[in-house]
Write a protein that binds this ligand. Sequence first.
Ligand SMILES: NC(=O)c1ccc[n+]([C@@H]2O[C@H](COP(=O)([O-])OP(=O)(O)OC[C@H]3O[C@@H](n4cnc5c(N)ncnc54)[C@H](O)[C@@H]3O)[C@@H](O)[C@H]2O)c1
Length: 327
Amino acid sequence: MPKKRILVTGGAGFIGSNFCNTHGDAYDVVALDNLFLGDSSHLRPAVTFVQGDATDRTTLESLGTFDTIVHFAGTSSAPMFTEDIVQGYRNSILSYIEVLEFAKRTGVKKVLFASTSSLYGNTPPPLTEAQQPLPTNHYSVTKIAMEHIGECYQRMHPSMDIIGFRFMSVYGPHEEHKGIYANLISQFVWGMMRGEKPVVYGDGMQTRDFTNVMDVVQGITRAMEHPSPLGYQIFNIGTGTSTNLLEIVRAINAALGTSIQPNHIENPVKETYIRSQLADISKIRNMLGFKPSVSLEAGIRVLVEQSQNPVKLSHDRRAQANAIPGY
Ligand SMILES: NC(=O)c1ccc[n+]([C@@H]2O[C@H](COP(=O)([O-])OP(=O)(O)OC[C@H]3O[C@@H](n4cnc5c(N)ncnc54)[C@H](O)[C@@H]3O)[C@@H](O)[C@H]2O)c1
């Protein structure tokens, strides 16, 4: 039997490359990426890499037909919208609609897409999918729009499953290309490996539901491989536990065998800063059997080991960025 085909847009990015590499043997995986940020050197040879833009219909048509599309492409964090807001909206919304139209035209049965937990803003945790989103940035607004667009598509085309995932704070290998847009854990690890003090906004008691990228892959995979139709769904993916930044610094020190103290600075992000994040993961646990499997300590150890032997990137676009990290 031929292998099932999966198209992964943004497949050379952080989460996309981890997803593609996990499934490169069992499935025929095509990673489409315009290399705006991502880097094809993250990908194993088992994955077919195509450099191209998900907003471009001709490119999508040239890729053939697929059983499933996993859509990660887009302008992938809030501070990136401060550089060019129009391009941020255009890229994120247009790529998503082109992908949905491509899926509709070619009879794709399942489209899975990346939403975000940042649409919860400062809603009191634990964060449940039923809560009213309170976006504090334009990045989150694109994801709310994508959720509505997906719901409308699914209602109009009921044979297609459309499933969005609100990832919490994702960390893990293959994030070097994101530079200052990378997760705080990655940035702390890279800096502390150079002997630098991690910059902590305020007292360091703010919390995040830090989720290892392999658990994100697990959650999406469970939806992808679910045997019966799911219709339109939104799922949180997190661990259901939260950790403050001082604990993160301690855990990285333990993995590195160092005792570097944080450098506390006044928070430059001000009123839109998220103080606490904690996912309610009962929906994905009950419907798909999701169970977080990577402890923070183990995940940080793997990240440290990988950062000691980083992949050689083919470009370093983010080195020019001068936005404030939003973490
Ligand atoms: N990393 C997180 O903590 C997190 C949390 C919530 C949601 N998300 C979402 O998950 C998805 C993946 O995020 P990531 O952290 O891997 O970011 P990333 O920037 O590493 O990945 C996005 C990839 O998409 C590519 N891309 C962008 N526009 C494209 C286009 N028009 N056509 C083809 N490729 C394009 C980029 O080059 C990049 O490789 C994004 O949609 C992001 O918004 C990420």
